[in-house]
Design a protein around this ligand. Structure first.
Ligand SMILES: [Mn+2]
Length: 229
């Protein structure tokens, strides 16, 4: 970490499952309310924004309109439920503050105003062979580096046949300041070497409704705060 890094606070959420019928609009509003706070600079959605690909066009339009109105950089990594986003025939326009990571091999977006680089590999095939977090890029110098991954953390690939596995070994070897996970519907810290990795839980549905505010400060480092909605 260098002293020139800017102080940044991001909201990290996942597993919103819009269209599943669990009062989605209420929770999208709550997320947007947190993102609108003056101390928040941007938003990370680590997969399963939409529940399925038959979500109504009106809901898709309303969702991107609300996320666009924050005017804060927003990075979306498609999860296994986001077939609406990974379908190549997207028939909608997204506001300019929204970046969807779509390249199957993984891609980065540099949020230059914030001094943040975000990388993620979207879920196209939710199978045991798909590895969201192996072979990740090296850090970009002079900015905060965030990796996003939608999958199931497992001790090792031998343990089970979970789809989209993220091993503790994968998490230990990454070179970044924060790993924004999604897929598990509960707030959870994952311990893996020096890596800081969290599931934020889900802001909607029948579970405890949580998200994360993560703050990057020079030279103090990274602090993670659970927010109960
Ligand atoms: Mn999922």
């Amino acid at each position: 970490m260098s002293a020139q890094l800017k102080d940044v606070t991001l909201v990290h959420t996942s597993d919103i499952h819009l269209g599943s019928g669990y009062h989605y609009d209420e929770y999208l509003e709550k997320i947007v309310d947190v993102v609108q706070l003056p101390d928040v600079n941007g938003l990370l959605i680590a997969g399963d924004l939409f529940d399925h690909k038959e979500v109504s066009q009106q809901m898709v339009f309303d969702t991107f309109k609300k996320l666009g109105e924050t005017n804060k950089p927003t990075v979306i990594l498609p999860g296994n439920h986001d077939t609406l986003l990974t379908n190549s025939n997207l028939g909608f326009h997204t506001p300019s503050n929204i970046h969807i990571l779509l390249k199957p091999e993984g891609e980065s977006v540099l949020l230059a105003d914030l001094g943040v680089n975000v990388w993620g590999r979207p879920v196209y095939n939710h199978t045991p062979e798909f590895r969201p977090l192996n072979e990740t890029p090296d850090q970009t110098k002079g900015v905060w580096n965030i990796l996003m991954a939608h999958g199931m953390v497992v001790d090792s690939l031998d343990d089970n046949l979970r789809s989209s596995p993220i091993t503790i070994g994968d998490l230990t070897q990454v070179d970044c300041d924060y790993v924004a996970l999604g897929h598990v519907h509960a707030f959870r810290q994952i311990l893996a070497g020096e890596t800081i990795a969290y599931y934020p839980g889900t802001p909607s549905g029948i579970y405890e409704k949580t998200l994360i505010k993560v703050t990057f400060e020079s030279p103090k480092g990274v602090s993670v705060n659970r927010v109960d909605l």
